[in-house]
Design a protein around this ligand. Structure first.
Ligand code: ADP
Ligand code: MG
Length: 482
């Protein structure tokens, strides 16, 4: 390799990074990796330029494992990455930071922790196949858990309370509770992987002698196929039978494929279950909707507890944002947090994506994170996915307009202004959202559908007869469509 190869090396790194992050993290890729400029190759050290100190710190904090992996893949075990940080147009010539030497600050960790969490793509050949390591014993099994996803930083809300506490119970007494298997299911981006991983981390914390293993269903399937090709199927099965707490992520991936893989898992499942070992499974479908899975495997999944994760309500969304900010040591004003929480309601991954883009924007352009900047950014961000006005958001706009706390909608007060705020919220919810009258009633102070209907009629009548009300409805309409 010559010094001229730095561009090609970085381009290849980018390919792997993009592949590893996957399409669902495309925004993170665009935000954090595309702006990196390769500068030079110095032996096995690649020197790159990053736009700011914050940028560098963010990479180090969130992507160090990934970067280390790709750099070593490209440049061998001595591969290093060095950052140059742009300082107000001029570049700091002496690199201020070096990282990723082969004995870096993480060297005290189990070296096998460097195994990629995700599988697939080229990096597959880098994964030391744990079940063919000679002299394997339980302590050597690499858990593949990410230390970043813990129960402590999994924010609790109505949306996830059952699943979270079941997870805690399982971590305290793995294999012994009736939650075996524990099946976590939800739509994408609502925390299945985080929670499953967190249960593993907590189990390790409480029971260091237990062997915990996290694998994606895809990785499991690939390992099985690989074992078959090299005549190691028995080793494969025995390896999995050593595990005390087995976490299989995204089992819906097996739907309609790999009957042999499913059969192998079926045997492993039975063995572990009989030996009071814990099985944790995630799926983006409820067990009843998991088509294309072997029926006998499906019936096993129903033995334990199936807990779902719902989309978080606005308060939980705010709490999640605060938590992420605190984690990154970044301050943001409440109105900025509220704006994001009210406007991004699809899933937690999108919520995080929006936050990260905002932080990156402000850092790249050296702008303060103001409400104005947030509005610009978030509006652009949600443009692509049709922006949906939620009942929460309507309540907020109405209450802000009437200068009432938004909680007032939920209390039982019959004070005129509060009743009016409730009725206006119902009226707009009926008009703008696709929610049923029953859902609108439930969210606006736990009323029934008849109350909602009555509210809509009342507001409509007043709008036609009362100038003050007409004015108010028009202004609110304008605010809601902004
Ligand atoms: P899924 O596996 O269901 O698609 P993930 O577990 O990957 O979802 O979650 C997507 C992102 O949202 C992750 O970064 C995760 O940390 C975050 N997240 C989801 N739920 C919560 C929560 N309750 N508290 C904190 N972060 C959460
Ligand atoms: Mg997941």
């Amino acid at each position: 390799m010559t010094a001229e190869d730095y561009k090609r090396v970085w381009a290849e790194c980018l390919d792997v990074i993009k592949d590893t992050l996957g399409p669902e993290n495309r925004r993170a890729f665009d935000t954090w990796f595309l702006p990196i400029v390769p500068l030079q190759l110095d032996g096995s050290t690649l020197i790159v330029q990053v736009p700011s100190q914050f940028f560098y710190e963010y990479l180090e904090e969130h992507y160090i494992d990934l970067l280390r992996r790709v750099i070593r893949m490209q440049l061998g075990p001595a591969g290093m990455l060095r950052y140059n940080v742009v300082m107000d147009q001029s570049i700091r010539t002496s690199p201020i930071v070096t990282t990723l030497p082969s004995q870096s600050r993480q060297s005290t960790r189990n070296p096998l922790m460097d195994m990629p969490l995700s599988s697939g793509g080229d990096n597959q050949r880098e994964i030391p196949n744990p079940f063919v390591i000679p002299g394997l014993n339980k302590q050597r099994v690499v858990s593949q858990l990410s230390p970043n996803f813990t129960l402590e930083n999994f924010v609790e809300g109505d949306c996830n309370r059952l699943a979270r506490s079941a997870g805690y119970a399982v971590a305290e007494k793995p294999g012994i509770t009736s939650f075996n298997p524990l099946l976590l299911h939800s739509n994408v981006g609502l925390g299945k992987t985080h929670l499953a991983n967190a249960i593993g981390v907590k189990t390790k914390e409480l029971h260091p002698d237990k062997t915990v293993l996290y694998v994606s269903s895809e990785q499991f399937m690939q390992q099985y196929a690989e074992a078959g090709r090299s005549g190691n199927t028995n080793d494969f099965i025995h390896f999995y039978e050593l595990i005390d707490v087995l976490i299989i992520d995204d089992i819906q991936f097996w739907s309609g494929k790999g009957p042999k893989t499913q059969e192998a898992f079926f045997h492993i499942f039975n063995y572990l279950h009989q030996h009071n070992c814990q099985i944790i499974i995630t799926s983006d479908k409820a067990p009843g909707e998991l088509q294309g899975l072997e029926p006998r495997l499906l019936s096993r999944l129903k033995w334990g507890l199936s807990a779902d994760l719902q989309a978080p309500d606005v308060e939980t969304r705010k709490a999640i944002l605060r938590q992420k900010l605190q984690n990154d040591g970044i301050e943001m004003s409440d109105d900025v947090i509220e704006y994001i929480a009210y406007n991004i309601n699809t899933n937690v991954r999108e919520l995080e994506g929006a936050l990260i883009s905002l932080i990156a924007q402000s850092s790249l352009n050296r702008k303060q994170i103001t409400l104005e900047l947030t509005k610009q950014m978030i509006d652009k961000y949600v443009q692509s996915s049709v922006r949906e006005v939620t009942i929460d958001y309507i309540q907020k706009v109405v209450c802000d307009y009437l200068d009432l706390p938004v909680e007032a909608i939920q209390n039982t007060s019959r004070k005129r202004e509060i009743v009016q705020a409730r009725q206006l919220s119902m009226y707009f919810a009926k008009k703008i959202t696709k929610s049923s009258l029953a859902v609108i009633g439930m969210q606006c102070g736990n009323k029934d559908h008849a109350t909602v209907l009555h509210a809509c009629k009342t507001i409509e009548n007043l709008r036609q007869t009362d100038r003050y009300m007409r004015n108010m409805v028009e202004e609110l309409e304008k605010k809601l469509s902004e």
